[in-house]
Design a protein around this ligand. Structure first.
Ligand SMILES: Cc1cc2nc3c(=O)[nH]c(=O)nc-3n(C[C@H](O)[C@H](O)[C@H](O)COP(=O)(O)OP(=O)(O)OC[C@H]3O[C@@H](n4cnc5c(N)ncnc54)[C@H](O)[C@@H]3O)c2cc1C
Length: 501
């Protein structure tokens, strides 16, 4: 079937040998899989299409001196076993814990701080409602099945508390707070830990790319080869139906009987697998999977910290309000609902939900002294807005300015502190990072796409209908986030099958 492709004839020995396993994509999951495979003695090469590894867990210096966690920005989900087994701390992983971890300024001049400190939480929530302070605990089953709004309305009366907590329920999805199952995304975001502290999200020194670099260092130490600027354009399938290698975009052919794909299931099966080799039902299920997204990330370089007027503080140093995730915008469940409704109607939210983070409060390695890096995780921005196009620089700029003006309402002068920014809308996330539809999780984390249904019913064990082809990215169980579990789990399945081969 693939005889038409010329044999690669480069001097690079890395490309000429037959590998035990090849991995398409150097996201953190592909790198994790590589590390486990190499540690089991397999010869393994990772093929990353970009000029750098990490996928959505990446650090990029886009403005001289300012290093951005360009996509993901906080760590909590990375499985403790991956950190331990791959010795990621020895390979440079350094977590910077945040306390308080969340700050919500209000238009009425009040604010809410939350974090790991129970006493702080009690006194902060009591400013709004004593009964909410008493009720601040969690019931996991409710979270799994119900709309986040139902759970939060049952528990609490303080709108700003509910809005703050609800952000984690809608993050990265097109769902609103009233959508059944939105509680699961909230659960997914509170189930992590940092150095043993549950539910705590940390910054990573050097940005999220340091997670990927530490995993890559573990993989290389075990003998894995990592190639960048190596885009896979097709999988090579024998007439028997078994995988036997990959074809790179530059015409190079690499041979292996085991190929793991860290690309999205959609990309893998709709683009990389040749036509007519997949069972019809499987092909259809992948084709119809939900990759909608309404997430935009803006990374900013600024010359001073935002000064929130509700804090009555005006000095250049960082305070507790700067240390965690700063929630800007909707201050009630209903305002969050209207932000989602705008997107339902095809429009970017008039008052978007903005999660602001300022990693430079803790991490002095990623900006020039006295200056700061700010990340804005923004919803909702439809992939194809009905009133314009993300291709249009004027349209893009006007949406960015809408976000900056909203921040000015709470922190006057913020806009004038901006030195420069980078903006990734859903089509940019697809083009630059390779996230189908701009979906940050490699496919929706709705109840119909989890557990045994991820990526599609019947194929949750990392194997695929093509013998020798495996999935190892966020499109598989347990899903998105900088978590490492799909890569680790897939590697174990491959090792099992390799031993039998
Ligand atoms: C804006 C944003 C913010 C986020 N925030 C957080 C957060 O704070 N914390 C968190 O835990 N999670 C966050 N996430 C989610 C998390 O980053 C992702 O779910 C996770 O990083 C995906 O990892 P992965 O290794 O499975 O895939 P990816 O990181 O998507 O890696 C896949 C890799 O495959 C490569 N590739 C694709 N096709 C090919 C090909 N044909 N040939 C070669 N290479 C190919 C891509 O270039 C990419 O490097 C965020 C995501 C985004 C986009």
């Amino acid at each position: 079937m693939w005889k038409q492709f010329r044999k690669f004839s480069s001097s690079s020995t890395a490309k000429e040998k037959k590998w035990d396993a090849l991995i398409i994509g150097g996201g953190h999951n592909g790198l994790t899989a590589a590390a486990y495979l190499a540690r089991s003695g397999l010869s393994v090469a990772v093929l990353e299409r970009r000029h750098l590894i990490g996928g959505a867990a990446v650090t990029e210096e886009l403005i001289p001196g300012f290093k951005f966690s360009r996509c993901s920005y906080l760590q909590s989900l990375l499985r403790p076993c991956v950190i331990k087994e791959l010795e990621l701390k020895r390979h440079g992983l350094k977590l910077l814990k945040r306390s308080p971890s969340s700050f919500t300024p209000c238009r009425d001049g009040r604010y809410l701080l939350l974090g790991p400190d129970k006493e702080l939480n009690y006194s902060e929530i009591s400013k709004f409602s004593k009964s909410d302070a008493d009720a601040y605990s969690r019931d996991l089953m409710d979270l799994l099945l119900a709309p986040a709004s139902k759970v939060l309305n049952n528990w609490f009366e303080t709108e700003v508390l509910k809005a703050t907590l609800a952000t984690d329920a809608v993050i990265g999805s097109t769902a609103g707070v009233h959508t059944p199952g939105s509680g699961y995304v909230l659960l997914h975001h509170v189930m992590g830990e940092s150095d043993g502290d549950r539910g705590i999200w940390s910054y990573v020194e050097g940005g999220m790319g340091s997670v990927s670099s530490a995993i890559a260092a573990a993989a290389k130490e075990a003998g894995a080869t990592i190639l960048t600027n190596a885009e896979v354009s097709k999988l090579m399938i024998e007439d028997t139906g078994r995988v036997h290698g990959v074809l790179l975009a530059d015409g190079t052919i690499l041979h292996s009987s085991f190929v793991l794909s860290n690309a999205t299931p959609f990309k893998t099966f709709m683009d990389l697998v040749p036509d007519d080799v997949l069972p019809h039902d499987f092909h259809n299920a992948i084709k119809c999977s939900d990759y909608r997204s309404a997430t935009t990330k803006i990374n900013l370089a600024v010359d001073k910290l935002p000064q929130f007027h509700c804090c009555n503080l005006s000095h250049p140093d960082a305070g507790p309000q700067h240390s965690g995730t700063i929630h800007i915008g909707p201050e009630s469940i209903e305002e969050m609902h209207s932000a989602a409704q705008d997107a339902e109607n095809g429009l970017p939210s008039r008052r978007p939900i903005i999660e602001m983070t300022i990693p430079t409060v803790f991490d002095k390695t990623i900006s020039p002294s006295g200056k700061h890096v700010i990340g804005l995780f923004i919803q909702y921005t439809p992939y194809k807005p009905s009133d314009g196009s993300w291709e249009n620089p004027v349209y893009r700029e006007s949406f960015a300015q809408r976000c900056f003006s909203m921040i000015d309402e709470y922190a006057p002068g913020f806009s004038s502190s901006i030195i420069g920014y980078d903006m990734l809308t859903p089509p940019d996330l697809e083009r630059v990072i390779g996230l189908t539809g701009g979906n940050i999780f490699h496919g929706s984390m709705g109840l119909d796409s989890l557990f045994l249904m991820r990526p599609v019913k019947g194929w949750s064990n990392y194997r695929t209908p093509i013998e020798g082809l495996y999935l190892c990215g966020s499109g598989t169980h347990p899903g998105g986030g900088v978590i490492g579990a799909p890569g680790r789990n897939a590697a174990h399945v491959v090792i099992e099958d390799f031993k039998k081969s």
